[in-house]
Every structure is written in structure tokens, then in C-alpha cells.
Design a protein around this ligand. Structure first.
Ligand code: MLC
Ligand code: AMP
Length: 513
């Protein structure tokens, strides 16, 4: 059976409708298909297929990004989208872990990607589609072939590459197209990063595989988003993480009255505004209602499972503080620690369905551990179910998984990186509740003898910025004499969080960024 993802994309290949536009370029579906075919030839150099080899994509968001992405897919490659927010060494690590055979890079990212590019074929996004068009339509592909690799942080060490298949991509788009009534007339305003499922699968591919158009902004900027709501031919759909709503309201509050009235009127033109990746505070939902008349549609998802629950498209069925019901063909269970079903919970949420991923690349044990019998995926989220089935998320089973601005972060991964600094004798990374970011990453550090100066917040943050994605860098560093540990020597993180909130962490010097 051919790839349903490619078949769906191919069905739009003669459409002269707009598919994507950015600040510099626009492409119809026909142009996008034609250029992706040329990228395919550039990548395969005439071979029938890349045979599942990974292609790293380090390209700024826009039409060129999509050409590189679809070209990789049509070539039978596995797309590995990478973020320009990563420092060079981490980019290189992803390339190695995924065994990327080639890198597609945009000129503005070339310097950052130099280490990643070393020893690999390098193709420039700007000229990649300039060559001839190949014979035939695509490499031979099966539904179960891997289409993309999305790296996600877990409770152990380094991030893991989640393998998402052609069938996963296609069915996820179909489920959301149906649940959210996407049609060819829709126009998505897009400002999410493209190396995660929210920005790539849930918003961009759902839109394009519905035959609808996307406008990609180079980055999220609150004023720009409001203004884009108001332009001629305005967007019909907006998808965001809660922190974006927070930042939209900060800009709104800072604007003068006529501007606010104009922005509000633009936002009321959207037929759908969604929120996901982290809990949407009720206060933000209510502010959006005050401006537009409805609360955003909140839904729950995860890299490994796609969308696991969604509120209704009909605003009257939406419930603030709840993530709604599993969409068509997705099943949810709430279980206790022994894996027994609980009617209402709270307990761990398990998900099963056709959008659930294939496994973690090269990590068989982690893949096995992630699933319970019957291919139920253990989300690690704690949920409870209302009488009518609506799900509410209460937190995570692990204190070491944090969510900041919608990014999932591993406290252990950040600790490991900080421990490489010889001035850091001990470190515990925790998430503190934060109105704007959901959780704020805080590193509590014991300095090595005589090296406290190197652990001063701005010094340590500066050091960390060279080594981890900017959004992983602790926003706050607290230097203490010792960390609270239990009898087994394990840091008691809940105690630590409470002590920080109360301001009673012993002997500390504390500075915020
Ligand atoms: C930026 N910074 C962050 C951060 N984003 N720090 C912590 N957490 C974050 N999420 C840092 C910057 O590096 C900078 O550091 C400082 O904060 C100020 O940056 P900013 O300009 O105010 O932030 P901005 O660039 O506007 O970014 C905010 C944001 C971004 C909300 C737009 O975080 C974002 O795009 N989040 C989306 C994450 C996402 O897509 N998650 C989906 C995962 S998939 P300094 O030191 O320079 O001051 C998933 C499945 C599902 O979860 O269901 O959706
Ligand atoms: P990621 O691994 O980056 O895909 O993040 C997935 C995690 O984001 C989930 O396991 C949840 O913890 C969290 N998440 C996603 N959507 C929501 C939501 N609407 N409310 C609360 N948490 C969410």
C-alpha cells in the first residue's frame, strides 16, 4: 500500500490555490509539489530512494522550509527538523543520534550548523529546488515507513527521537480535519516552532493536508500576530501555546484604545483559536473570551501520540480547565500504579490509537518501557475524568519533566549538562509555577570549593547558553551550601520547590534573570 500521507499531498498537486506564504515568498499547492519534486531529485541524485536515511532540516520557517521537508518525504527520507535555537554542539548531537546522511540548511543558519554539516552532504535551501524535475512522483513508500523524527525530552539523559510514520501523519491530519472542520477556505496563522509536533503536525500539516493555506511568521511576536489578525484576507485559524496567549495580552494591555479595538475586531474574525502543549490558565481563557466572545479550544497532545483529547469545535461545549474528549479512533484509559482501570481517577493517562508513534529511534528498551500490553502508551500525565468523560490533566507522574512556554524539558538532562561545569559540585533543577511560562526552570547549585563566582547566575547562564537550547537555560540560579536529601541521598525536589517558594532555602544567594 502506498503512503497515505504522500497520496493525500499528491491529490493537491494541480491546485493553483495558495498553500504557503512567508514574508518573502508564496507558493501554490502546484508550485510546492513541483519544487518538492526537484528537491527530491537533488537529494536522491537519481537513486530511487533515500531508503529511510535521515535528512536534517535547519532552515528558518517559511516556504523554503516546506520545500525541504516535502522533498525529503518524497525522496523516501526521514525528515529531522532542527531548531535554530539550539547551539552548534547540540545540533551536531542530533545529527549523529539520527545518523543524518544530509543536511538542508538555509544561508542564515549555515554558521550555526557548521558542526552538524561536518562530514555530511550539505544542500542549501535557497537553491535546492533550482534543478530539474525527476521522472515519477515519489520514492516507493509504505504507511509504516518513518516520515519524521521529533526529539523529545524524557526522564533519562538525552532526548529521544520519536519515529512518526507516514500513516501517523496522515491519520492525525484526518482526525483533526474532522474534529475542527478544516476546509480549503481556511488560512492558518503560524508562529510555532517547526521542530515539535504542535507547530509541524498539529497545525501546519493538518492545514496543508486539508488543502488550506498557511502564513508562516519567522517567529512569534505578539504585536505582529495581532496585526496579522487584522490584515486583508485575514487568517481563520490560530494555534498557540498558553505563553503566547499571555504575551498577546501583555501587548494588548500596552496598546492604546483604538489599537485594542482594532485588534479585538481582527481576533473576532478567527473561526478557531486553539491552545495546547501546556495547561491554559482559566484567567487567560477568560480574557480571550472577553476579547473575542469565546474561550480558546483547548486540547491535549504529546509528540508520541498526537492529539489525545480535544474540546469541541462548538464553543458552547468547551470547558475551561479541561482538555475535552479523545477524538475519533483515539482511546483513553486512566489507571492506577498497577495498571488497573480507574473510572474517574486521578491516575496515569494511557492512550491508544492510530496516531501513536512507532517507537524511539535506536532505543528498544525505552520503547518497550513506554508501552503497556496492548500498545497502550503511558503518557506520564496524571488525569481525572468527569462524569461525562471530559478529561482534566492534573500534572505529571515525574517531577523531572517540566513544561516551560510549551517546551517539554528534562530536569535530569539540564542537570547533566550543568554538571559538566567543574565549578558545579552539585545541582538540582526544578520547575517553579510561573504565570507567564507555566513553569520556570530553576537551578539550585552547590559550588565547588572556592568557585562560587563561576556559579553566579549570569556567569552560569552564559556558560549554559553555549551548550543547550536557549529555552532550556535555567531562568534562575540559586547558590546554596547544600541540597535537601533523603536517607538514600536523593534530592527531595518537592521540598526544594516549597523552600524556594517560601524563600527559606538555606544560605542562598539568589538572582533572577
Ligand atoms: C524563550 N525563552 C524561553 C522559552 N522561550 N525560556 C523558557 N521557556 C521557553 N519556552 C527564553 C529566550 O531564550 C529568552 O532568553 C527569553 O526567554 C525571552 O524570550 P522571548 O523573546 O520573551 O520569548 P519568545 O522568543 O517570544 O518565546 C516564547 C514562545 C516560545 C512562547 C514563543 O517559548 C515558543 O515558541 N514556545 C512553543 C513551544 C512548542 O511549540 N511546544 C510544543 C511541543 S509539542 P534570554 O536568556 O535571552 O532572556 C507538544 C504536543 C502538544 O507539546 O500537545 O502540542
Ligand atoms: P511534548 O512531549 O513536548 O509533546 O509534550 C507533551 C506534554 O505536554 C503532555 O504529556 C502534557 O504533559 C503536556 N500537555 C499538552 N497539552 C496539554 C494541555 N492542554 N494541558 C496540560 N498539559 C498539556
Amino acid at each position: 500500500m502506498p503512503s497515505p500521507f504522500v497520496t493525500r499531498l499528491a491529490s493537491f498537486q494541480h491546485e493553483e490555490r495558495l498553500a504557503v506564504e512567508d514574508d518573502a515568498r508564496s507558493r501554490t499547492f502546484a508550485e510546492l509539489w513541483d519544487r518538492a519534486q526537484r528537491v527530491r531529485l537533488a537529494l536522491t541524485e537519481g537513486a530511487p530512494s533515500l531508503e529511510g536515511r535521515a535528512v536534517a532540516i535547519l532552515v528558518s520557517p517559511g516556504a523554503l522550509w516546506l520545500e525541504a521537508f516535502f522533498g525529503t518525504i518524497l525522496a523516501g527520507g526521514v525528515a529531522l527538523p532542527l531548531s535554530p535555537l539550539y547551539p552548534p554542539a547540540e545540533l551536531a548531537w542530533f545529527g549523529e543520534d539520527a545518523r543524518a546522511a544530509a543536511v538542508i540548511v538555509s544561508e542564515d543558519q549555515h554558521e550555526r550548523g557548521a558542526l552538524l554539516c561536518e562530514g555530511r552532504r550539505v544542500l542549501f535551501a535557497e537553491t535546492l529546488a533550482d534543478g530539474p524535475r525527476p521522472e515519477g512522483d515519489a520514492a516507493p513508500l509504505e504507511p509504516d515507513d518513518v516520515a519524521l523524527l521529533l526529539y523529545t525530552s524524557g526522564t533519562t539523559g538525552k532526548p529521544k527521537g520519536a519515529m512518526i510514520t507516514h500513516a501517523n501523519v496522515d491519520v492525525q491530519a484526518a482526525i483533526l480535519r474532522e474534529a475542527w472542520a478544516f476546509g480549503e477556505g481556511d488560512r492558518l496563522l503560524h508562529a510555532l516552532p517547526l521542530h515539535h509536533l504542535h507547530g509541524l503536525g498539529i497545525s501546519l500539516l493538518t492545514t496543508l493536508l486539508a488543502g488550506a493555506a498557511a502564513r508562516l511568521l519567522p517567529r512569534f511576536e505578539a504585536r505582529r500576530v495581532w496585526e496579522t489578525f487584522c490584515r486583508p484576507n485575514p487568517p481563520t485559524v490560530w494555534m498557540a501555546v498558553p505563553t503566547m496567549y499571555q504575551k498577546l495580552f501583555e501587548a494588548f494591555d500596552a496598546a492604546d484604545e483604538p489599537t485594542r479595538a482594532r485588534w479585538a475586531s481582527g481576533a473576532r474574525g478567527l473561526r478557531l483559536a486553539t491552545s495546547g502543549s501546556a495547561a491554559l490558565p482559566v484567567t487567560l481563557a477568560e480574557r480571550w473570551r472577553a476579547v473575542t466572545g469565546t474561550i480558546p479550544l483547548e486540547r491535549f497532545g504529546m509528540t508520541e501520540i498526537g492529539v489525545g483529547a480535544t474540546n469541541t469545535l462548538d464553543p458552547s461545549g468547551r470547558r475551561s480547565g479541561s482538555v475535552g474528549l479523545p477524538p475519533r479512533s483515539v482511546e483513553a484509559r486512566i489507571v492506577d500504579e498497577a495498571g488497573n482501570d480507574l473510572e474517574r481517577g486521578p491516575g496515569e493517562l494511557w492512550i491508544r490509537g492510530p496516531s501513536v508513534f512507532k517507537g524511539y529511534l535506536g532505543r528498544e528498551q525505552a520503547t518497550q518501557d513506554a508501552f503497556a500490553e496492548g500498545r497502550w502508551f503511558r503518557t506520564g500525565d496524571v488525569a481525572e475524568r468527569a462524569e461525562d468523560g471530559y478529561l482534566r490533566l492534573l500534572g505529571r507522574t515525574s517531577v523531572d519533566i517540566l513544561k516551560s512556554g510549551g517546551y517539554k524539558l528534562s530536569a535530569l538532562e539540564i542537570e547533566e549538562a550543568l554538571r559538566e561545569n567543574a565549578a558545579v559540585a552539585e545541582v538540582a533543577v526544578v520547575g517553579l509555577p510561573d504565570e507567564a511560562w507555566g513553569e520556570r526552570v530553576v537551578a539550585v547549585v552547590v559550588a565547588a570549593p572556592g568557585r562560587a563566582a563561576e556559579c553566579a547566575p549570569e556567569v552560569l547562564r552564559g556558560w549554559a547558553k553555549e551548550r543547550m537550547a536557549l529555552y532550556k537555560v535555567p531562568r534562575e540560579v540559586i547558590v546554596v551550601m547544600s541540597l535537601p536529601r533523603n536517607a538514600l541521598g536523593k534530592v527531595v525536589k518537592p521540598e526544594l520547590v516549597k523552600a524556594i517558594v517560601r524563600g527559606t532555602v538555606a544560605n542562598m544567594s539568589r538572582t533572577e534573570s
